[in-house]
Design a binder for this molecule. Sequence first.
Ligand SMILES: Nc1ncnc2c1ncn2[C@@H]1O[C@H](COP(=O)(O)OP(=O)(O)OP(=O)(O)O)[C@@H](O)[C@H]1O
Ligand SMILES: [Mg+2]
Length: 253
Amino acid sequence: MDNIIYIQNLCKSFNEKKVLEGVNLSIKRGETFLIIGRSGAGKTVLLKNIMGLLHPDEGKIFIDGVDITKLNKKQLEKLRLQFGLVFQSSALFDFLTIEENVGFYFYQHTNLKKPDIRKKVKETLRLVGLEGIEDIYPYQLSGGMKKRVAIARAIIYNPKIIIYDEPTTGIDPIAVDKVISLIDDLHKRLAITSLIVTHDLEVGFKLADRLAFLLGGKIIFEGDKQQLAQTQDARVQQFIHGSSSGPIKETQV
Ligand SMILES: Nc1ncnc2c1ncn2[C@@H]1O[C@H](COP(=O)(O)OP(=O)(O)OP(=O)(O)O)[C@@H](O)[C@H]1O
Ligand SMILES: [Mg+2]
């Protein structure tokens, strides 16, 4: 399997604060990849670099063989269409209907006519298990349904890679289970590469083929679940067992 994402020595600081200090990572085409790490470790910053939303200070990021750190603004805008993004907060527009939210990209960036967009929205809502809600507003939905609408909005333009940043935060356990099944189902159906960041390790381990642990600005573990179980690295063990005692100190991210 080839690498759809390949990162070499990625460094990113904000003023004096070093967040990423030489990240190396490879994500294979078609896999579900999990990124774990403490709050503030730089997971979201890493995702933003991958999507071309932040420019790294150093390093290379290859997406499908293209080093995106060399792209100009217009090329980056095009690159972003390869990514579907599901934010933690769902980030739906409250003043737009579900149809307008899910079809947002087509309404904003294409000349497609409303009936055609509506048809695409209908099909995509069916994929996420929500039918007939085109004309209502986000406030009429539960948290779990909003997550699924956010997923519909992310997949509607057929991205190659779907990125979930905390997809199950803030919803009840039954809704969590539905979102997990949906992520898994879409992954299989759309033959897409999925990249997930979550603090919920149980959710992450259920979904992921492989994972990486970000600590101190570097990836200190990359591998599959079997390799994770066998690793001797006390930092990795401490994190996955959620233990307060061990080599990782309270303030270290
Ligand atoms: N635009 C920015 N300007 C300045 N500092 C930033 C910016 N974005 C992120 N940071 C800092 O970078 C660090 C990493 O932030 P990031 O949001 O990537 O963490 P995270 O691993 O996603 O945490 P969480 O699990 O809580 O979401 C934090 O200290 C944050 O304050
Ligand atoms: Mg984050």
